[in-house]
Design a protein around this ligand. Structure first.
Ligand SMILES: *Cc1c(COP(=O)(O)O)cnc(C)c1O
Length: 423
């Protein structure tokens, strides 16, 4: 099926007489007729629901839809994008291990990997994603367990050369994890270019209405963990906390997601509420329609800004003048995302004046939803970073992140025009 159809039809498949729309299974637990039946579930002899922290029918239906959209073999939802990032790495790394991280990733990911997980004993080398393979090679160590990067970096809008990153990760016998939040599976399927695992903050375009924080992890099933048992003991040797199961042996291509569910979700518990998954599912139904409009509008906004006398620079991978135009055409020929970043000739001060005079465009921390919104990362989301770190992350101190919504383009442009007249 095509993605437009998957978005509407996949996941929930009602049987005769069941509700047409995905029900919200707002229940923590599930009833069984006998103690023996329940026992079989815990002994892993039978599959079934027993507690919503581990599995819930509403959550599972939505995970299945996202799995199909990405072309994976297994997927899980998490309560936030941050939890998805954390689980995706922690599922294959422990104290003493090492991660190679693209410098332009989302600020929350940067913090998680370089500060919080460092405290847990997981080390991290930050690399410029535009480096050559030869230069990237130097970042790898014997204890490296994965590479993490973003399809389109938030907010630097750096487009990842996925094939280059997959190639170098595989040369070092580790998987490539790609955060595909900004491109969405509508515009890019990183698995087709060699990525092994995809993560999402579903909070953004997938939900699309700024209603529910959430995340997802999808596994392509392509990385052969069992070929490197010494590197990935958690997947290839018995899990004493779970009946001595060897995930690669018992679950095959689904080993990675099964381990993340039965070990990390069991112990750390970042499960989404079924209510939120229901909302996410409604958002997913219109994702292709919205992405088309987001990209149409943002292309117009980028072109408008590029020709405006008060604008110093514009960054949008859909502009022919953009450094990443060629990569964007290769990996996302039908469009990138609805986020445009730019700087004004008057710098930081001018940005503040402009933002004060925007009416339709709201100043919010959020990005990538139906309503046009704006943010100044250096004063907001990336406030904790030094100027040096900001530059490394591809975030200029004067950078304005403009998230173009799905309103009529004329109204968006009029709002920008008016606000810029005050600068
Ligand atoms: C927002 C975002 C995250 C974090 O997701 P939350 O749902 O806010 O926890 C991770 N990666 C990217 C690219 C994001 O934009």
């Amino acid at each position: 099926m095509k993605k437009e159809t998957i978005c509407v039809q996949a996941g929930w498949k009602p049987k005769n007489g069941e509700p047409r729309v995905l029900p919200i299974y707002q229940s923590t637990t599930y009833k069984y007729e006998s103690s023996e039946e329940m026992g079989k579930l815990f002994a892993l002899e039978k599959e079934g629901y027993f507690y919503t922290r581990l599995q819930n029918p509403t959550n599972d239906a939505v995970a299945e839809k996202i799995c199909e959209l990405e072309g994976g073999v297994a997927a899980m939802l998490t309560s936030s994008g941050q939890a998805a990032t954390y689980y995706s790495v922690f599922n294959i790394c422990e104290a003493g291990d090492h991660v190679v991280l693209s410098s332009t990733v989302y600020g929350g990911t940067f913090n998680l990997l370089t500060c919080t997980m460092k405290k847990m004993g997981i080390d991290c080398t930050v690399v410029d994603p535009d480096l050559s393979e030869e230069e990237l090679n130097k970042a790898f160590q014997a204890n490296t367990k994965c590479v993490f990067a973003e399809t389109i970096a938030n907010p630097a809008l750096v487009v990842l050369d996925i094939e280059k990153f997959a190639h170098i990760a595989h040369a070092h016998q580790v998987p490539l994890i790609v955060d595909n939040t900004f491109a969405t599976p509508i515009h890019c399927n990183p698995f087709e270019w060699g990525a092994d695992i995809v993560t999402h903050s579903t909070t953004k375009y997938m939900d699309g209405h700024a209603m529910a924080v959430g995340g997802a992890i999808v596994d392509s099933g392509n990385f052969d963990w069992a070929a490197y048992p010494d590197k990935f003991p958690g997947l290839c040797t018995p899990d004493e906390s779970y009946h001595g199961v060897v995930y690669t042996e018992k679950f095959g291509k689904k080993a990675y997601i099964m381990k993340a569910t039965s070990q990390l979700m069991r112990d750390l518990g970042s499960i989404p509420s079924p209510q939120n998954s229901f909302l996410l599912n409604v958002g997913l139904e219109t994702l292709p329609l919205r992405m088309e409009r987001h990209c149409y509008n943002s292309q117009k906004v980028a072109e408008f800004l590029e020709s405006h006398e008060k604008v110093a620079w514009v960054n949008y991978p859909g502009l022919k003048s953009n450094k990443y135009y060629t990569l964007a055409q290769k990996y996302m020929p039908e469009g990138t995302c609805g986020v445009v970043s730019f700087g004004l000739k008057g710098g930081r001060k001018a940005a503040e004046v402009m933002m004060e005079h925007l009416e339709l465009t709201a100043i919010v921390t959020h990005v990538a939803d139906a309503r046009t919104c704006v943010l100044h990362p250096a004063s907001h989301t990336h406030r904790q970073m030094t100027d040096e770190q900001l530059v490394e992350a591809g975030v200029a101190p004067d950078l304005i992140r403009y998230s173009v919504g799905i309103e009529h383009i004329d109204d968006i442009l009029a709002d920008l025009e008016t606000a810029l007249s005050f600068v």
